[in-house]
Write a protein that binds this ligand. Structure first.
Ligand SMILES: [Zn+2]
Length: 279
């Protein structure tokens, strides 16, 4: 599943490729998504010019000059392919295609958990995807005080609270583990026990972890523009994620006795952490 850094990278690639482009045609081949692609989608996008592309949480919002915005989510398996010219053949699971004067954009989604919707730009905040949304990790309103306030009555483990999109939006399972590792905070800590200083280092860790991932994505940015549409999610060097039994990069413990990075399940999701460094 694409996480915030991937979505940010795709957003940047789209911005570079099609900002200012005019959509000459839109084709939808399959509407059967969790939220069906509305029947009016083509009519509301054809002949529009793309004025802006932004990311809200893990959604990509494509603003058009006709007062409408495309709301796009990649779900579990969605891919956005950017092609310079019309591909000879569409591939299996290419469900929607935008033809523009700057290139062809294809939405491919094997499992169809993604979303492609169109809303009035003025009513964007009322869209169900953006209601009750917490603060973006890069928003300056995300302060230690805010986080402390949000966590003060919560007994849930801090890892679970980090995935609560109504507190901070856009942190997925990988970066919740990575940020807690970087802040040296145990994922098992009850949220309300975090001090203001710990909230401060956690926010710093979240920003650094995501920034690092976005930068790593930047170097693979060209992959998104390949006509064959190959994308692939980042093969980042994670510190703890999926590293069960290994020593973490800063580990001070003896691997044999401490048994390395531990994997546990929290609220149905896997968490990875170092029992020695994270308290
Ligand atoms: Zn360690």
């Amino acid at each position: 599943m694409p996480e915030l850094p991937e979505v940010e990278t795709i957003k940047n690639a789209l911005d570079k490729a099609i900002k200012g482009a005019k959509i000459s045609d839109t084709k939808v081949f399959c509407r059967k998504f969790r939220v069906p692609i509305p029947n009016c989608f083509e009519q509301k996008t054809i002949c529009a010019t793309i004025t802006n592309i932004k990311r809200i949480a893990k959604y990509i919002v494509v603003e058009l000059d006709n007062k409408y915005s495309i709301v796009w989510h990649l779900g579990m398996s969605g891919k956005i392919k950017i092609c310079e010219s019309v591909p000879q053949n569409l591939q299996k699971h290419d469900h929607a295609v935008f033809y523009t004067d700057k290139g062809i954009i294809i939405f491919n989604d094997t499992r169809r958990f993604g979303m492609l919707d169109i809303v009035e730009s003025a009513k964007l905040n009322e869209h169900f995807a953006f209601k009750n949304l917490g603060i973006d990790p890069f928003d300056e309103k995300l302060t230690a005080k805010y986080l402390k306030h949000k966590l003060k009555n919560k007994k849930t483990p801090v890892k679970v609270a980090l995935l609560d999109q109504s507190i901070i939006n856009g942190i997925g399972n990988i970066y919740a583990s990575e940020a807690l590792y970087s802040a040296k905070i145990s994922p098992l800590r009850e949220s309300h026990t975090l001090s203001l200083t710990e909230c401060e280092s956690l926010i710093k860790a979240i920003k650094e972890t995501l920034t690092k991932a976005i930068k790593a994505g930047g170097s693979t940015l060209r992959d998104y523009a390949k006509p064959d549409g190959s994308t692939g999610y980042f093969q980042n060097e994670h510190c703890v994620y999926n590293k069960t039994g290994q020593a973490c990069p800063n580990c001070i413990c003896k691997l044999k006795t401490a048994k390395g990075i531990k994997k546990i399940m929290q609220a149905g999701r896997s968490t990875f952490y170092c029992q020695t460094l994270q308290k």
